[in-house]
Structure formats: C-alpha cells, structure tokens
Design a protein around this ligand. Structure first.
Ligand code: PMV
Length: 351
C-alpha cells in the first residue's frame, strides 16, 4: 500500500541542506512495457544494474517558497523542468516537507548525453536518493531504499530498479512473494557466480532522438491486440529467468533475454500506430551475435532497450574475445564506431 510511504516522523526544519548522489542506469532482461494508474507496471520486470553509465546529481535545498532550478553540468536546462515539476507534484504527498524548500538541481551523466541511452532511470534514481537523504537529515531516521525506489518510480518507472542491488525485480509477480508494483526489490541473492561479473557492452547504433517516446509506447499497450498474452508471458519468462539466474543456466538466460528483447520490439511493430525503433544495423549486429555464438559456443547474447542500440551481455571471462569481435566486426555498425563498456553494478551511492 502506498500509505506505508507517507511521512509519519516529525520534521525539524533546517535552513539549508546539500547532498550529492550517483545512481546507475539499468538494463531490463524481462521488459516493462505497458503501464496504468500512477506509474504502475502492466507486468513484472527484472533488470541488471549497471555501473559505469550513471548520473551524478547535486542537490541544494534552501528554506523558502517551493520551487526549483535545474542545470546539466552547470548549464541551465529549462527543458528538463516539466518532468521535474511533475515529479515534485507526485512525491509531495509522501514528502510534504519539500513544499518548504527551494531546490537547486545540478546533474551530469557519465554517458554521452545524446547516446540514445535513456537517462531518465539514472537521473530520477539519483534525484530520489538526494531527496531521501534530506528526509533522513530532517527526521533523524535512516534512509529506506524501498521509499527511495518508490519515489524514483513516480519520476520514471524503470528508475525504481536503479536504487539497490545488482538484479532488481519490479512489479507484482505471482510466484515471487515479496514482489510489488510499488518499488523495486533487490534480487542480488538470486545471482549464480557466473552472473555476478556479467558485462554489458552497449553498441551505439543510433544516437538520435527516439521517434516515439517510452511513455507513448507504454500507452500504446492499452488496447493492444496482444497485450494480454504478452503480460502473461512476462510472468512465465520471469519465473524461468529467476531459475536460470539461480542455477547459472546460460542457455535459458540467453533464450529468455533475447526473446524478451525481440518481443518488446514486436509489441512496437504491432501497436496502432505501429513504429520501428531498430535500424538495419541493429539487425546486422544481431545476426553477427548469432553467428559468433554458433561458431564459438561462447555465451554471448544481446538485449535491446526502446531504441536501436544493442546491449551485448556475456560473462567476464570472455571479455577479450568479445572485444575482438566488436573491433573486427561490430564497431562498423556503430555511429563513429562508438560503444560503452559497462558491467553489473550495485546501485545508488552518496558521492
Ligand atoms: O521507465 P520508462 O518509462 O522509460 O520505460 C522503460 C521501458 C524499457 O526500457 C523499454 C523496458 C524496461 O523495462 O526498462
């Protein structure tokens, strides 16, 4: 129940507060696509937390009339304001003290701003971590990762999976007792050693603006001809993936992960209006990954976000040979031959 996140402690107002947090991006293996109500997912999802791709947010709060200013790497960014305004409106009920403060937000991403990597997950997670840090200063209580994740979700759904843990499950899953639609649940304990050092090399195929935003895409699942079957499938895939993660079963991991990526894009191609976010180069990379796996038996697989970039997932022990494949065959499909080497991380931290 949402009420559990309403503030019960009394607040001792401070004139000024300052903090800085970093939060990572995450890559979903079982995809969240479709939502209802206030940022509630239509199906459960499970992601790996990333490490290198993250947002660092500095937040200052000065006692006074509520308002905020936002800058990116020191430069004013009024175009970010509507999203932040909505966020503050949504969290007000759970953090009423925010109405007594003027905020100054400065944020920066470690990944290129226009890389086609969504920054909403890491930025909303980092901002929520700052807000919760202030709340603990004002109430003298320790920060609750569940509430931080809950607030992050109100900013951007997938952001709730960027707070705590290397593998995070979000959304009520019939077979996972502690799962909930309200926040992400740390499932690091599921990870067999083979997954604990997993690599995610992100091939930057197209760095342009998305033709259809995620929020429009989520909405198109309402009334989608395949929605019911897709949501049921996500529950089944999640169960199979959980078992694969526990048992170190790479074959099942690959089968579910790649199928989920293609299903996500299949939903886009079969919605009304329909749209395609993959590019011809995305498909060329997928073909190369399949050929490489067949030839070498190395457990390299791919996943896709809502965009054309390809995430290559593989155990660390195969890093050298995968790098060779990238340099020899895959970098040619990337814009300016660019890719980002990332790996599994642990969540948000104060910095
Ligand atoms: O959090 P949003 O609204 O940007 O949606 C994210 C949707 C996907 O990245 C495509 C899938 C996911 O589960 O992260």
């Amino acid at each position: 129940m949402e009420e559990q996140f309403q503030l019960r402690e009394s607040v001792d107002f401070l004139d000024q507060m300052e903090t800085r947090w970093q939060a990572p991006s995450n890559i979903a293996l079982v995809k969240y696509w479709g939502k209802h109500g206030m940022q509630l997912p239509a199906n459960p999802s499970l992601s790996f937390t990333l490490k290198e791709c993250h947002t660092v947010t500095s937040l200052k709060a000065i006692k006074g009339d509520h308002g905020f200013s936002i800058s990116y790497d020191g430069r004013k960014k009024p175009e970010f304001a509507p999203k932040i305004k909505d966020y503050f409106l949504r969290i007000k009920n759970y953090c009423p003290w925010i109405t007594q403060y003027q905020f100054k937000i400065d944020t920066v991403n470690t990944f290129p701003h226009s890389s086609g990597i969504a920054s909403s997950a890491s930025s909303m997670a980092a901002l929520s971590a700052c807000i919760m840090d202030f709340e603990s200063m004002l109430t003298g209580t320790t920060v609750s990762a569940d509430k931080t994740s809950f607030l992050a979700r109100l900013g951007s759904g997938s952001a709730c999976r960027s707070i705590k843990g290397s593998a995070v499950l979000w959304g009520k899953h019939i077979k996972t007792v502690d799962s909930t639609d309200l926040y992400g649940v740390d499932k690091t304990e599921l990870l067999h050693p083979v997954f604990q050092n997993f690599q995610d090399t992100i091939l930057l195929v197209d760095k342009g603006e998305k033709v259809v935003s995620s929020s429009v895409g989520h909405d198109l699942m309402n009334g989608h001809a395949f929605a019911k079957a897709r949501f049921e499938q996500a529950h089944e895939n999640l169960e199979m993936l959980k078992n694969a993660l526990q048992e170190g079963d790479l074959d099942t991991f690959i089968r579910i992960t790649e199928s989920e990526a293609l299903t996500l894009h299949a939903m886009m191609m079969t919605s009304h209006p329909y749209f395609i976010l993959m590019k011809p180069k995305t498909l060329s990379i997928i073909e190369q990954v399949w050929a490489f796996r067949k030839e070498t038996g190395i457990p390299l697989c791919f996943t896709l976000d809502a965009g054309a970039n390809v995430h290559l997932l593989y155990p660390r022990e195969h890093k050298e040979i995968v790098e060779e494949l990238i340099n020899n065959k895959l970098a040619q499909y990337c814009q300016n031959s660019q890719y980002i080497c990332d790996y599994i991380g642990t969540g948000a931290s104060k910095c």
